[in-house]
Structures are given as C-alpha cells and as structure tokens.
Design a protein around this ligand. Structure first.
Ligand code: SF4
Ligand code: SF4
Ligand code: SF4
Length: 654
C-alpha cells in the first residue's frame, strides 16, 4: 500500500499523533465547534480519541482547557453543537454527551483523572472567592501554573450553583464532588463556611494576610423581584435560587399543591421539575413571551412538557391575591408581542382587559438575579455595570482594582456553566501575567491541543450514521425521584457517534483544491458549497466524487494535509479529513504487474493527447516504460524480471 502522506515529511510525520508546535506546520484549528466553545476545548481531537477507544487521553485533552468534563458532559447547553458542520448533512454531533461518556468511563470504570503536576513553583498566594465553576476553574489553572491557591466558600459544600442551583436529576452531587476532589488534589485549598466581603473578612484583611491577587467568582445571589402587589405579603412567595438551595441542603418539602413559577430560563424549569418531584399536583410556568423564546435549554423544555408542566405563554403576572396569610390566586394579564427590545426579542405588551385569576398555593420567581454587593461591601470600590454586575475587561477579566479579577455570573449575570469556566480560565492567564509583571494577555483564538488522526471510513458509511438518541429513565419513575434523567451514551453508541465527525479542524477551506481541479484540470470534481453563514462544506459528501479522475493534483496542493491519496491494491483512494470520498479502479502495468495509475486518469490523458497512440498501446508504468524503450532501441525484447522482483519485495516489506 502506498500512502501519500497526509502531513509533510518531518520528524513527527509518521507518528500517530502530531503536536502542532513540534511538526513545523503552521496550522490553526478552524473547527467551528472549538471556536464556539466558551472553554475552547479541542472538540474534534477528543471526539477522534473517543472513536478510537482512547477515553483517558480524550479526558486528559479536555482537561487541558476545562477541569469540569463530567459536569459539562451533563449540563452544558452545548453552544458548539449549534455550529457543528454536520448539521448541514443531517444533525449536529452529540458533542456534550460524548464528553460526558468519556468522563464517566474514566471516573467510574477507569483510573480517574490525571492530576497535572505544577509547571513551576511560585510563592505569591492567590485567594479565590467563591467555589462555583468560575472560581474553581481559575484555581485549577493557577495551581497548575504553580501558585498556592486558597478558595473561600460561604456554603458548607464546594461547587456554587452546581450544587445549590442545578437539581440532582440533571447533575448528581457525586459528579460535582468528583471534579472538586480532582482540583483539590492539585493542592488547591478550599475553606468552607467562610464568606468573604462582609465585615469579618474583606479583601483588605486578605491582603494583610499576604494574598497578592484575587479572583471573585461570587456568583449572582440576589434574586430579582417580581415587583407586583402582594409579593411581600405572603410567605409562599419564594425565589428560585433560595428554593433550589433549600431543597439541595435541607428537607425535600413541596411548596404547595399548586405552584406557579414565573420565568422562562433554566432556573424556572429546574424549579418546576423539582416541584413535580416533590409531589405538587399542578405546576405551571408563567412566561411573558412565547415558548419558542424561552431561554432555557431545548431538551429541558421538552422534558418539562413530558413531565406534565404547563406553560402559560404570553402571560404576565400582575398581582398576588390571598387571605389569612395564604396565597389564593395569581392574577395574570395576557400579552401580545410588540416591537423588539434592546435584546432583539419582541417586547411583550399587556392586553387591556385580559386579566384572569389562577388558583395557586405558591408563587416562585425565577426572573433573574444579580450579585449581592450591597450586603458584601468588603470587596472594595469595584466599578459596576448598569445591571449592577462587576465591570471587567472582557479579554482578561481584570476589574477596576488592579489585583482583583472577576468572572462568572457576578460579571455576566446568570449565564451558563461553560461560560463561567471560560471566564475562570481567562482570569487565571491574566492573574499569572499580572503576578509575573507581564502585559495582560489579549484575547487569542483557541489553541489546537493535538492532531489526532481521523477515523478512516467511507463517505457513504459516515454520511448515513444517524445521531444517537440519548436514553432517559422511564417517565413514571422520573417524576417521583431525583435520579439522573439522562442516561448518556453507551460505549457502542459513543463510538458510532464519534465516527460522524467531519473533522473540520483539518481542512482550512482555502479552496486551492477546487481551483486546481476546476481551473487547471477542467474536471471540477471537488466542490464546496455554502451551507450557512461562514460554512463551506464539501458538496459531494454524500455522493463521493463521481467525476474525480484520481490525479492527486488536489492532494499535492492542499496546504493542510486534509486531502490524502492512498493506493490500496487495485484501488486509489482519495481521502478528505479521513473520509474516503472516492475509490477509483487502478490500471495494472503489463510489465511489472503493479497498479500504477487510475483507469479514468489514463483515459483522461488519452483523450487529451488524442489516443490511441503508440504510447498507450501497452499499459506500462513509468519504470517499465523506460525498460521497454531501452529494449526497443537495441532491438531486444524487454526484460521486466528484476523490476517484478523489486515490486514483490516492496509489497512484502511492512
Ligand atoms: S463535524 Fe466534528 S469537527 Fe466539525 S463542527 Fe461538528 S464536531 Fe466539530
Ligand atoms: S484527485 Fe480528483 S478531486 Fe483531486 S484534483 Fe484530481 S480529479 Fe480533482
Ligand atoms: S486544499 Fe482543499 S482540502 Fe486542502 S485545506 Fe484547502 S480547501 Fe481544504
């Protein structure tokens, strides 16, 4: 088998894995999934490793960018999947679930996470306030750099919203504890039940104790109020944050038989689904826009509906009515959608005279939250935004106070776990630069972590593997228990799913192959088409390249090695990022017996030079043609014995 190398020859060219920095190639990952991952995970590389059964390596690679692979494998809203190029063929890859699968394999059936050794040893102490995903990510990367890091947490358990705000049926506590333990194993000290920012312990106190830099991952713990009549009159008016926290740490008691939850985000839906599990008979979501505009994850909205939760869309709560200290009704008004507001979403406009009363026993507000900086003035004079979140420079998370950095919900308001992780990582980079007296880093494109060879397979096999379904526990059981609802991929499904990846990181869409095939050869076999904004995909992915003549011109010109040509027996294979996009029959040399040229290419050349000509009367490879020519000159019959022997020897050499 002759392999025309996918990568230019170099010290690492024949190795299974090529690290970019060492192989002399100047290449950046252009995979849209990685570009759109807030934690900048090298998605195609870990998917390929999973496809090859190398789960530990996949997790090691993910943890180069994100210390929470298992958590993200369960609760990430997967922004990467919205950009997955495979969705232009059928559906996006289950990127999130593949991560969750690998983490589970490594932690439950394998050796657990690798604990990276510090790269250096520094003496400057760093204090991280808050042990949510932003704080622990900053701590992880700073400990990895070699700093002594202490995390101060007000709650009795580390994890922030991961343990207080996300119910166990979505994110089991053991998963969070697993990730936290791996961070502690790097030497990060976590001090629980120790709030910072109040009168007892301020940043100035910590400065006096020798801390040289601070990261505030204090979250957004002050719930926004509904601002309607009756809100402060009844103890059955709750907010989602406190409700979920109480359920996480205290007794699991239903708030009422009939509950209305106001809001359309994940907190609202988590609250509603929790109420169902606590035994509330009637649980409703009150949302002022339409269901399709709810900011909650799509899967959660579907699962919520399956669990019998009703959404009152285009409905605005206007008053809480009760008697003898108990709520009787939530009065609502119907709405219609008006002009778009500053977020681009259409503003709900109340319809006059459409008020109606909904009988409820409890109302839970889940309309957002902001950081509690009023009750915690000990962070100093931090500049705030108009939304009362902490103002930072977005590329390095530095606040208006030089030695204080911040990230997560305290900066953005309620956002996703993976966005908090991204902020913690950026802050760690910046704190390291700050403490070393270097310029703070600018925003950089995500870094490819590895070059894992793609999984070799035919285009028709790849194109027709369907996205795997994620199994759920039975609905009957689901609504009575806090057991994890999504069961995740099994090993077979994960490997099948991994095969669907089109390895968009290898081809950089330069178009040189299209140019040479169309403009120089006049064949136009290889074509790309615009599948969406900034998305160019191979046009004939599901059909192969029926017009390809197997000349290899595109392979030679491709600057990244995405195109590859492999001669295998009587076939010439053209590969695109590991997918065999064409198999072409080869012509056998009548002299030595080796396959040496594609049949269609031979025909193409014959056509160009006006065949049949003497040159093509006998089908000879270039070596045999030389022997034939020399023999003709001296009037002897050609002798191909030696070259046949060489070919046979080469074929048996591994
Ligand atoms: S097909 Fe693979 S490389 Fe391309 S965007 Fe999807 S996951 Fe990423
Ligand atoms: S190998 Fe096929 S696709 Fe590539 S340049 Fe030649 S004809 Fe075109
Ligand atoms: S030559 Fe073609 S296959 Fe190679 S990187 Fe450019 S567009 Fe991609």
């Amino acid at each position: 088998m002759t392999v025309h190398p996918m990568f230019p020859p170099g010290p690492a060219a024949d190795k299974d894995r090529i690290v970019y920095a060492e192989d002399g190639l100047k290449r950046e990952s252009s995979a849209p999934c990685q570009l759109n991952c807030p934690a900048e995970i090298d998605v195609p590389s870990y998917i390929a490793l999973i496809g090859q059964g190398r789960y530990k390596e996949a997790i090691d690679l993910i943890r180069m960018d994100n210390p929470f692979p298992w958590v993200c494998g369960l609760v990430c809203p997967n922004p990467c999947e919205s950009w997955c190029q495979r969705r232009y063929l059928d559906k996006a890859l289950c990127i999130k679930d593949l991560k969750g699968f690998a983490a589970k394999m490594v932690c439950e059936k394998g050796p657990g996470y690798t604990i990276p050794a510090p790269k250096n040893t520094y003496s400057e102490k760093i204090a991280v306030i808050g042990s949510g995903p932003a704080g622990l990510t900053a701590a992880y990367f700073l400990a990895w750099e070699g700093y002594p890091v202490t995390v101060f947490e007000a709650m009795p358990e580390a994890g922030g919203l991961l343990v207080t705000g996300i119910p166990e049926f979505r994110l089991p506590r053991r998963v969070v504890r697993n990730e936290v333990e791996a961070i502690k194993a790097m030497g990060v000290e976590i001090v629980l039940n120790t709030p910072v920012g109040g009168a007892d312990l301020t940043l100035d106190h910590l400065r006096k104790q020798g801390y040289k830099a601070f990261f505030l991952g204090i979250g957004a713990w002050q719930a926004l109020k509904l601002g309607i009549e009756g809100e402060d009159q009844y103890p059955q008016v709750l907010n989602a944050l406190s409700f979920l926290k109480d359920i996480a740490f205290g007794p699991k008691i239903k708030p009422a038989n009939s509950v209305a939850i106001v809001g359309g985000g994940n907190a609202a839906i988590d609250t509603a689904r929790t109420c169902v599990r606590l035994g509330s008979q009637s649980v409703s979501i009150i949302y002022r826009r339409t269901r399709s505009e709810m900011p909650a994850h799509f899967e959660e909205i579907i699962q919520m509906a399956e669990e019998g939760i009703h959404v009152h869309q285009l409905t605005i709560p206007s008053r809480i009515i009760g008697s003898y200290g108990k709520i009787d009704f939530l009065e609502c008004v119907m709405a219609t959608l008006g002009e778009p507001d500053e977020t681009g979403r259409r503003r709900p406009v109340p319809i006059e005279g459409s008020e109606y009363k909904m009988p409820v026993g409890a109302v839970i507000a889940a309309i957002g939250q902001k950081p509690d900086l009023v009750n915690y003035p000990g962070f100093g004079d931090l500049e705030l935004t108009k939304w009362e979140t902490i103002k930072v420079r977005s590329h390095n998370q530095q606040t208006s106070v030089d030695d204080v950095f911040a990230g997560g919900d305290a900066v953005t308001g309620p956002k996703t776990v993976v966005e908090a992780i991204g902020a913690g990582k950026r802050a760690a980079r910046a704190i390291h630069a700050y403490l070393r007296g270097e310029a703070l880093p600018k925003r950089q494109p995500p870094r490819p972590r590895d070059m894992v060879r793609p999984i070799l397979m035919d285009y028709h096999e790849k194109a027709f593997i369907q996205r795997q379904e994620i199994p759920l526990i039975d609905l009957d059981r689901r609504i009575h228990t806090f057991d994890q609802v999504e069961l995740g991929l099994d090993e077979y499904a994960a490997k099948e799913e991994a095969k669907r990846c089109m390895r968009c990181d290898i081809c950089e869409r330069c178009g040189k192959c299209v140019e040479v095939c169309r403009d120089r050869l006049g064949v136009s076999a290889i074509r790309f088409h615009h599948a969406g904004e900034n998305s160019l995909i191979l046009k004939d992915y599901v059909h192969g390249l029926p017009r390809c003549i197997g000349c290899g011109a595109c392979v030679n010109i491709c600057p990244t090695g995405a195109l590859q040509m492999v001669d295998q027996g009587d076939q010439r294979l053209i590969l695109m990022s590991g997918t065999i996009i064409n198999r072409i029959k080869m012509e056998k040399c009548e002299g030595c017996g080796a396959y040496y040229i594609s049949k269609v290419l031979l025909k193409h050349v014959e056509k160009l030079v006006g065949a049949p000509e003497e040159a093509f009367d006998r089908k000879l490879c270039p070596d045999c043609k030389r022997i034939d020519h020399a023999a003709k000159m001296v009037g002897m019959p050609p002798d191909f014995t030696e070259i046949r022997r060489d070919r046979a020897a080469a074929a048996t050499t591994p």
